[in-house]
Design a protein around this ligand. Sequence first.
Ligand code: PLP
Length: 447
Amino acid sequence: MSTPTASQVFHRDLTHPAPAVSHASGVHVWDVEGNRYLDASSGGNIVISVGYGVQEIIDAMTEQARRVSFCGQFTSEPQEQLARELADFAPDGMDYVRFTSGGSEANETAIKLARHYFVESGKPSKHKIVGRWRSYHGNTLGALSATGHVMRRVGYAPMLLPFAHAAPPYRYRCTFCARSDACTLSCADDVERVILNEGPEHVAAFIAEPVVGAAAMGMLPPEGYFERVREICDRYDVLLIVDEVLSGMGRTGRNFAIEHFGVVPDLITCGKGISSGYSPLGAVIARNEIYDAVARGSGMFEHGFTYGGNPLSCAVGLAVLRHIQKHDLVSRAGEVGAYLLAEVESAIGDHPLVGEISGLGMLTGIEIVADRATKEPFPYERGVSKRIARACQERGVLINPSFSGNADGYRGDRFGICPPYIFEREHVDRTVAALAAAVDEVAAELA
Ligand code: PLP
């Protein structure tokens, strides 16, 4: 006999059922009870870039579904055109795109492409991938092996692939710079330490998020970090993969967040905002040298997922990308995002519960602490970030309740405010008012 439950979906959190969504429009979502929410979370998973219910995207989807939604034997015009326009959107010299159905698949693809590149280049011993602690690259076991998000890994150890991890560039809790006023960029040098430890002749790639998502929302690298990392990667012939599944496609106010830091990576992975949630889509954008090595070599990259590059999702991706460019939404994400950061700072920056506020564009993170002086976090089990998110939801505003836990020496309790790019200042004001009241409410409960 099975245990009867209200829902027969095997949800992630069986203890707190979420309300069911009814419909959405612009920056608002309604549940089936008729409650309306202002969505400052981009669909919770930081997916919605251009907003809900955009007619030209719906039209593109409908038209493509009528023509053909799937044909794995052939390529399609939407796939080819999206690759061209995505290559124009990406840094110079990155002109080739492989499509997937999401971010984890994109990272799996990038990892395999990095390894394949070295096979094609006559260096098959270069197969290891180095990740960073406090990172999140996806839930498939390869991407999870690269992930350094303790709470996502716990329960699945040992990892399928024993990837090594470098220290994160976590300025707020930097163990390297704790005793010095100035940043020493030792977190970047830690990448070199790990590569040397693993043996450079065995390391294919280093993977990192330019601005961190779920594992430490809005965590920014110190100035010079990625330049130093790029030098290290070049020194040891290691590819630099930047995971822009969350930070890419304009969210931070640049097409890709890595552009803030002045380096060109070898591979960029995309997901989420690339299709704004209208249809599952991900992508890997590759530097031309990687494509050339495969084209000159075997001519084969033997890899793929059934739905990768399907015409329907690519038609959506194309409509989303054109919509972003037509309405200059990348600049808007940067400008309104800067306003959001400043308003959050002025509303709760001095609050006793708030340790750090950081981010870029529509990717803002807030770290909650029990003690500002010692930076001591609340115990993970108290779920303070989640309580703040719930208190916002009760006020009709959705934020991102992700938090990172404090197991195994990785401490911190953070959440995000990551709205769609079409948020206006008035929406920011409503979000920040709800947030300030929610933080006060939870602080009073904890007192
Ligand atoms: N990489 C980053 C930076 C992410 O934030 C996520 C999802 O949150 C992923 C990869 C995994 O993407 P997906 O859930 O689409 O597989």
